[in-house]
Design a protein around this ligand. Structure first.
Ligand code: BG6
Length: 482
């Protein structure tokens, strides 16, 4: 739509920034924390860029006060962070570790001291390794009970001060990389049946948490964050338009329909059955999924890029289970599902050094689709640019990051004018942090952290990048002059 004037962001719009426990905290074995699946996985040779780990990460565990003070200087209205399950339950299902509870109590209180709204992610991919060893983690239905116990422990301890909860971070990504592409724990490849079953367990964990939270705190705001890459059909050939539909049903609506409607998309379920894949459900699952959907307050969206969809012949390309983790531009290849679709490069758009398409308008497209399809408020829980930054004379000039964020915010503002109810926008990320597979050289933050891939290099000192000052002004003016 075209509007002569913009109404702008609402007065109480939550300008934020985000992180995840494993990517920032470090202190991987401190104060009673148990090992997580990621603590183990990164030790397998060849799994991460230059064997980087989050053992020390950027030491947020010990420097959170400094980091939150910097957030306050920036003017952040919200800080989205995740909780490490293995700090709270070192064995996954045994006794609570009080030191873990205290760490997050302190972090939450530190945010509140500066009137920064804590937005808590319950699960950002790090699961207690003990549960992996005990019953293969997400593959076993038992995890639903253990997850809900962990989550309700968080609600009980922090629900008096935390209103905004994100249950799952990018369930579509951790399950795809974990059971189809072998790039995340547990490192399995092409396990289609397991992939869908694991997803069902994660959906049930999400749904039961939503219901429990609302019973305990009816005023809480809850949702899960989906890694949404909206799709564009290659052209107006009907088979490409239909391939786009197939892509959406299997890659986007499969998750968002469960969060938003409490059910799976019909065509996807039919297709899976034809492939011999059947999701095992228990009595009552459908009712809980529906109930959770009716109680869900927002759709969380992590937006980085859009996708192009083209019909893929039955003898066409498959997937190579590889991605560009080096930052050498142009090293990605076209992948797809034979008989359904493939995802060629978008010739109209530039890419990052890691071959991620840069498409600001895609963010508006996401918001429009969610608004039309689910009529839910939206939390943009991640959006940002991974780049090689250089520290020179204690300064970082990152005009490319400013250009990226500015263009995305301009589109987000248009989405708001379109009538989308956008509650928050969190950049990824506040400080530089560990990019799971890409090491420390792929930087996202407003704050440069002096550390390289080598565990022993760098002072871990923090430096404000130019983008820090730019975002400060955006927040001060509530996005008026983008
Ligand atoms: C999202 C994740 O997938 O994208 C983050 O929620 C992640 O944890 C971010 O870091 C950027 O991805 P990457 O692979 O560049 O670190």
């Amino acid at each position: 739509m075209y509007f002569k004037e913009s109404k702008g962001f609402k007065k109480d719009f939550l300008w934020g920034s985000a992180s995840a426990a494993y990517q920032v905290e470090g202190a991987y074995d401190a104060d009673g924390k148990g090992m997580s699946n990621w603590d183990e996985f990164v030790r397998i040779p060849g799994k991460t860029f230059k064997a980087t780990t989050g053992d020390k990460a950027v030491d947020h565990y010990h420097r959170f006060k400094e980091d939150v003070a910097l957030m306050a200087q920036l003017g952040l209205k919200t800080y989205r962070f995740s909780i490490a399950w293995s700090r709270i339950y070192p064995d996954g299902d045994g006794k609570v570790n009080q030191a873990g509870i205290e760490f997050y109590n302190n972090l939450i209180n530190e945010c509140l001291k500066y009137s920064i709204v804590p937005m808590v992610t319950v699960y950002h991919w790090d699961m207690p390794q003990a549960l992996e060893e005990k019953y293969n983690g997400w593959e076993n239905r038992q995890i639903v009970d253990d997850f809900v116990r962990y989550a309700t422990t968080l609600f009980r301890n922090y629900g008096d001060r935390v209103k905004h909860w994100i249950i799952m971070n990018e369930q579509n990504i951790f399950t795809r990389f974990g059971w189809l592409d072998g790039m995340h724990p547990p490192g399995k490849i092409d396990q289609q049946q397991l992939f869908y079953q694991v997803n069902h367990h994660a959906f049930m964990a999400h749904a039961r948490c939503v219901v429990s939270l609302k019973e305990m705190y009816p005023d809480a705001l809850v949702g899960s964050s989906f890694a949404y890459s909206p799709s564009y059909g290659l052209d107006c050939q009907p088979q490409n338009a239909m391939a786009k539909y197939d892509y959406d049903d299997l890659n986007n609506f499969f998750w968002m329909d469960v969060y938003g409607y409490g059910r799976y998309p019909k065509a996807a379920i039919r297709y899976l059955a034809s492939q011999g894949i059947e999701i095992k459900m228990e009595n009552g699952d459908e009712a809980i999924m529906k109930k959770a959907a009716s109680l869900t307050d927002f759709m969380g969206v992590n937006y980085y890029q859009s996708t192009v969809v083209e019909f893929n012949d039955i003898d066409g390309v498959g997937t190579t289970h590889e991605m560009n983790t080096t930052g050498k531009k142009g090293t990605s290849t076209v992948q797809g599902v034979p008989g359904l679709y493939k995802n060629p490069k978008n010739e109209f758009l530039p890419t990052t050094d890691w071959d991620w398409t840069i498409d600001p308008m895609g963010l508006r497209y996401c918001c429009r689709e969610i608004t039309s399809r689910y009529d839910l408020p939206i939390v943009i829980s991640e959006n940002g640019l991974g780049a090689f930054d250089k520290l020179e004379d204690e300064k970082v000039k990152d005009p490319y990051r400013v250009a990226y964020l500015q263009a995305h915010l301009q589109e987000l503002k248009k989405a708001v004018d379109d009538g989308c109810d956008v509650l928050a926008y969190c950049t990824w990320s506040f400080t530089d942090l560990l990019s799971w597979l890409n090491g420390y050289q792929k930087r996202y933050g407003f704050i440069y952290v002096d550390r390289q891939e080598d565990e022993n290099s760098g002072t871990l000192n923090r430096y404000k990048k130019d983008s820090f000052y730019w975002y400060q002004e955006v927040i001060r003016t509530n996005g008026e002059n983008l």
